[in-house]
Design a protein around this ligand. Structure first.
Ligand code: PGA
Length: 238
């Protein structure tokens, strides 16, 4: 399977400086892997324009409803209208900082499909859960409750992102990543893309992307600079 290197800019990126990074990615004419950049919602339409079809643009979250009295929220239909092709749902920062439950995440994934977007559904255990030996159980539960029936390899990817590895510079061992990706593969089936996320950077990308059932990476901090992101892309399995 062709690997996907997806960048999650989180709440980073303003105007021309951000669009210049998109222009660098466009000019790089990447062929080694599929790529995706998820900028903040304010930049989606401009990023789509700057990418000129060479860099697919996604979003970081959506509301479950298509429209209505939800001040400050953005629907999947609006993201589609802005030019996004996919949306991340259930990122741990949404689960933890915005209290999103598995059921909410599943509703958002359905909303993405309804709007014609694919969904990247994030799962992952906290450090306490891993230390307690519950990582596999936690992710199993999250998969059961956050990935709705109807998920296909075309409309859904899953990102395994251990919460304790996000933005910390720490990553699980190779064996821990392989074990968890095998679990996700067993539940989803062949053909689904399973991304690893959490402190992926140019220095560790080749090792992580070389592991069994790792079909790509969801990259936060190291996606903000096009040069770092491209170095990760070059580390993808060919
Ligand atoms: P990080 O973030 O690469 O900065 O650790 C990953 C993510 O949250 O998707």
């Amino acid at each position: 399977m062709r690997q996907l290197i997806a960048g999650n800019w989180k709440m980073n990126g303003l105007g021309s400086a951000a669009l210049a990074e998109i222009a660098v990615l466009r000019a790089a004419a990447v062929t080694r892997a599929d790529i995706l950049i998820c900028p903040p919602a304010t930049l989606i339409a401009r990023a789509v324009w700057a990418a000129k079809g060479a860099v697919p643009i996604g979003a970081q979250d959506c509301h479950a409803q298509a429209s209505g009295a939800f001040t400050g929220d953005i629907s999947a239909e609006m993201l589609k209208d802005a030019g996004a092709v996919t949306v991340i749902v259930g990122h741990s920062e949404r689960r933890q900082l915005h209290g999103e439950s598995d059921a909410t995440v599943a509703d958002k994934a359905r909303a993405a499909w309804r709007a014609g977007l694919s969904a990247i559904i994030c799962v992952g255990e906290t450090e306490a859960e891993r230390i307690a030996g519950h990582a596999l159980d936690v992710v199993t539960r999250q998969l059961e409750a956050s990935v709705p029936p109807g998920a296909t390899a075309d409309n859904t990817a899953v990102a395994y992102e251990p919460v304790w590895a996000i933005g910390t510079g720490r990553t699980p061992s190779d064996a821990e990543i392989v074990e968890m990706h095998a679990l996700v593969r067993g539940r989803l089936g062949a053909g689904f893309r399973i991304l690893y996320g959490g402190s992926v950077k140019p220095a560790n990308a080749a090792a992580i992307l070389g592991l069994a059932d790792v079909d790509g990476a969801l990259v936060g901090g190291a996606s903000l600079k096009a040069s770092d992101f491209l170095a990760i892309v070059e580390a993808a399995r060919s």
